[in-house]
Ligand binder design. Structure first.
Ligand code: F0G
Length: 339
């Protein structure tokens, strides 16, 4: 059996052979060529398919480490604030480990699929009358004063686990790409990729993309009321903002903004032209590449952070397909199919 990522990369991770590992066999996700996108952009573009992880997002890489560490420390419960994916991942890994799990989410603001996942795993969902930034501030405070393991990406084990995605990209391409395009929310993942690349002695330019209505790192100040169709990255005060800015500075990249319209165009383009359905936050990476160009790169990797089916509501509101009602007779069917 292919091992989970801690076993695969144990030499680079803070776990020893005696540690009990909580794994759902995360990592080892495909790097897929994107021919239509490559043609439009004028560079060879590959997609890192992080939706292929067990709960459908990149969070599982960090969660195998964070929950394994929580078990090692004797924790009985884990907690996180979340725009949805962290909650789903934390609930799954906590279930696997036999730990209790509570998640604090902005009430009514997370995609239904992510909420369903969290509930299915037995997570306790606390619907906060406030946004993600407030939720994170509150769980940090709670974890400081109670014996509950905080599994947001402020937890170092999360970054350690997530850096392995950079290792895999390097293995698959036989070296780093010239440019990495990645959506930025709380800024943990861009921090993790940069750590992974630099640990391997590589330095691709890092281009992070935020949604225009939730772009604190582009504006240079927190956003009090972040808004975007990409609910996963509706964040106004990224916990690892400084590290994200450091990563782009050191790598010669940038953090830039894309509009919701641009995100939705990229979302549909990937589904209709590449046959790949990603969630809107993931599409922000492609939107950014389409908007700002490859910047002289030959090889570009876009990090596709989560699966499209997690957010069915946005899909139903913005798809390019059609539903045609049909009476049960052949003439009607012929008209419906060919008309
Ligand atoms: N893409 C998706 C699908 C996400 O769920 C997130 C973050 C990001 C991108 C941004 O990653 O925060 O490391 O910069 N989701 C978090 C959550 C905030 O709670 O699920 P980041």
């Amino acid at each position: 059996m292919r091992p989970g990522l801690i076993e695969r990369y144990r030499d680079h991770l803070p776990f020893g052979p005696q540690d009990t590992l909580v794994t759902l066999l995360e990592g080892g996700t495909p790097l897929l060529r994107a021919p239509m996108l490559s043609e439009r952009v004028g560079a060879e573009v590959c997609l890192k398919l992080e939706g292929a992880n067990p709960t459908g997002s990149f969070k599982d890489r960090g969660m195998t480490c964070a929950v394994s560490a929580a078990v090692r420390e004797g924790a009985e419960a884990v907690i996180c604030a979340s725009t949805g994916n962290t909650a789903a991942s934390a609930a799954a890994y906590a279930a696997r480990a036999g730990l209790r799990c509570a998640v604090l989410v902005p009430d009514g603001k997370i995609a239904m699929g992510k909420l369903a996942q969290t509930l299915m795993h037995g997570g306790r969902v606390i619907a906060l009358q406030g946004n993600f930034d407030k939720a994170l501030q509150m769980v940090r405070e709670l974890a400081d004063t109670h014996p509950i393991a905080l599994v947001n990406s402020v937890n170092e084990f999360r970054i350690e686990g997530q850096k392995t995605a950079a290792f895999e990209v390097i293995e698959d391409l036989d070296g780093a790409p010239d440019v990495l395009c990645i959506p930025v929310g709380n800024a943990g993942n861009i921090t993790a990729y940069w750590r992974g690349f630099t640990e391997m002695g590589t330095a691709p330019r890092m281009f992070g993309f935020q949604a225009e209505g939730a772009a604190p790192l582009v504006l240079g100040h927190p956003v009090e009321h972040p808004e975007t169709v990409a609910s996963a990255i509706r964040i106004g005060k990224p916990a690892r903002g400084d590290q994200a800015l450091q990563a782009v500075r050191e790598s010669g990249g940038a953090i830039r903004a894309v509009s919701d319209a641009e995100i939705l165009d990229a979302y549909r383009f990937m589904a209709v032209k590449e046959g790949m359905f990603f969630e809107p936050a993931s599409a922000a990476a492609v939107a950014g590449l389409l908007k700002y160009g490859h910047d002289g790169a030959k090889r570009v990797v876009c990090v596709m952070t989560g699966r499209g089916i997690k957010d069915q509501q946005t899909a139903m509101e913005h798809h390019a397909g059609s539903i045609i009602p049909c009476e049960p007779d052949m003439d009607a069917l012929v008209e419906a199919v060919l008309g």
